[in-house]
Design a protein around this ligand. Sequence first.
Ligand code: GDG
Length: 504
Amino acid sequence: MPTPRPTYDLVIAANRLPVDKVVGDDGEVEWRRSPGGLVTAMESVMRSQPGAWVGWAGDAGEAPEPFDEDGIHLHPVPLSAEEVRDYYEGFSNDTLWPIYHDVIVPATFHREWWSSYQAVNQRFAEAVAEVAAEGATVWVQDYQLQLVPTLLRKLRPDVRIGWFNHIPFPPVELFAQLPWRAQLLEGLLGADFLGFQRQADARNFVRACRQLLGAQTKRDRVTVEGSRRQVRAAAIPISVDFQGLEELAKRPDVMARAREIRASLGDPEVLMLGVDRLDYTKGIRHRLKAYEELLSERRIGPPEVTLVQVATPSRERVDAYRLLRGEIEQTVGRINGELGKIGAPAVHYLHHSYPREEMAALFQAADVMLVTPLRDGMNLVAKEYVTCRHDLGGALVLSEFTGAWHELHQAFACNPHDIEGLKQTILRAINTPAKDKQRIMKALRRRVSDHDVQRWAARYLAALAAAPELPQPEPRNPPTPHAQETPLMPAPNESRSASSGSRS
Ligand code: GDG
């Protein structure tokens, strides 16, 4: 008789497994832990209870057999090359991503992409159902897996299901563009608890349920299954591993590297830094425009002031990303051609990914950190920068359109669409006296150290555990199930009757 597969009390489902495949010179395959914050947060949680992680291993085709790595059971989900194209690059990154980020670029809709998204979500739900123990807690991550909660509930009504959205949840006016809007909401409503980065995101979700599904809502709750179950949607903002990252930034070799970076740039008076995935949401174009104008107006200039822009390669097979790369590289070329000097370029542009140590050194080397997204769920770079500034040096310019801004109010706030305002903010970040900047940095660091990623995970799991027990008794006159889609924006009195008091 085959031995039954082990099952786990805590299961994470995310598009990617928390490991990267490394093939050695001898062809030997090794898995290396990817350094993201989510992994660190889960390590702290999984220390007390053994857990499993369900996700794609990163290569199209057959998936490797499940394996254990550093105390976590990894359960790979296979994706074919067509699914990588349709579910991942297509529906996730070219349909949902633009809609969820204010349609900065137009979204693309293809029915085949949607079919692929459904099929992959079903596969994830089945994989989770296989590894989850009786009554387990399942934590689904992000916009790629929005159908998993309901699909999983059908397979395993005994498990407790949470979902966390790492990106914004759009206002109903934008979300309503999606031809599959009702199915996506219904997919999520299979969860017991839905976590968002900002309160506004949670409110957008509740409002979408009310207006697009005709669901009953009250404050942060949506009633489903004819009043039998309530789903709570609330903000629990993600963070960074403050202690781990600060320790790294305090290492003598990392601090020496920070000095070396400055020296290799000619020890400028002001070193400005941008670190982003090369994504149109990050506001890199707006940042470069403000910087270029400051240079052409001779308010700042190399070699005294210089900018290092790290643009990590991202989604290179999606058209909008290819176009963006061309545009950014052309702009950097123009700025350097027109405004740089021999031995002192105005922009040091790096289209690479770096080890964590190098990132920590760059953060320490930078006098002004430019975080200027047009829309960003959180933006961990902002939190990582202040974590690394144990010397209380540096200044953070932070867009109001990031989730981070809602926690880091003391930063030099900017609206990246307002180029004139952005220029003024950059100059203020440069010219504010060091003593004031230290005071600001101290406050920012306090916020991040008090609200680190371990606390985020603990808060999330506590909220999930506290979600209302199910099922509640059947009401005598159950209202019509929400599956029927109601038109967008019902007349005001209709909308009032559909909701019970919740306003956003
Ligand atoms: C999504 C949401 C939300 C970047 N380049 C390198 C590198 N990075 C690291 C950064 C940071 C992470 O990648 C990027 O995180 P962000 O939060 O800035 O942005 P997204 O990738 O868009 O993440 C976002 C996040 O999910 C978490 O919920 O905050 O809003 O869009 O940690 O440091 N790390 C290394 N080398 C690089 O070259 N080692």
